[in-house]
Design a protein around this ligand. Structure first.
Ligand code: MN
Length: 230
């Protein structure tokens, strides 16, 4: 047994629907923009190819209970996203084989400190401080599926009962297979990897005390609250 200088951190993990087992998380890849209407609302050309950024594995938390309002921001935004869970290794995977790597799907939120992201974009700096903070990825239980059950379906998010985001997975610029294939050209995908696939239009600010609900047809719903500021 390796003699570590101190106890290794606990393994980040997510619930699996209808299972006592949990899904151990290795890395979290996120697609920057993947719905034409959201690309437009952020002032970008919808024909741009997809790009990726990352969150640390332990930024992922179960989407339940209270999620902390993070420090350093006055503009915490919600982005509801389809999350792909990978349980097989693969590199340079062709789109027609990409779904073989998939363990299942979940509903997740890419929480974003939008004010810090705006500063980073203007200064051509990395996005990590805007995207990779603690508890920045509340994600629901993973629904096992070995095929793309997500081709068409409503993806939505409401705050305090008011609909904020309403899109359709069929409007993704790059579909699930293409996203897995694209990621596998950059890194060797491995069991435990998650991919957050981008958000539809309607992103907006969350306040302490807000109740967030979100869902994707055929996958499920999540609900949590934003905790009071420390
Ligand atoms: Mn996002």
């Amino acid at each position: 047994m390796t003699d570590f200088a101190f106890s290794p951190p606990p393994q980040a993990s997510l619930a699996i629907a209808d299972s006592a087992q949990r899904f151990p998380i290795r890395r979290v890849f996120c697609v920057g923009r993947n719905y034409a209407a959201h690309a437009r609302e952020m002032g970008n050309d919808e024909r741009d190819p997809p790009f990726f950024f990352m969150k640390p594995a332990d930024a992922v938390v179960d989407a339940a209970g209270e999620i902390p309002y993070p420090p350093l921001t006055q503009d915490l935004h919600h982005e509801v996203e389809l999350v792909i869970a990978i349980d097989k290794a693969g590199r340079d995977v062709a789109p027609e084989n990409a779904l073989d790597l998939m363990f299942g799907c979940a509903v997740g939120i890419d929480l974003t400190r939008r004010d810090l992201q705006d500063v980073a974009k203007k200064a051509a700096r990395p996005w990590e401080w805007a995207k990779a903070f603690d508890a920045s990825a509340p994600i629901g239980a993973i629904v096992p599926t070995s095929h793309d059950r997500t081709g068409n379906g409503l993806i939505w998010l409401s705050v305090n009962g008011k609909m904020r985001q309403e899109g359709n997975l069929g409007d993704m610029i790059w579909n699930v297979a293409e996203i897995i294939a694209a990621a596998s050209r950059s890194v060797a995908l491995a069991p435990g990897d998650l991919i957050m696939t981008g958000t539809p239009a309607g992103v907006g600010a969350l306040q302490p005390g807000d109740r967030v609900e979100a869902g994707i047809d055929g996958i499920g719903t999540i609900a949590f609250s934003i905790a009071p500021r420390d």
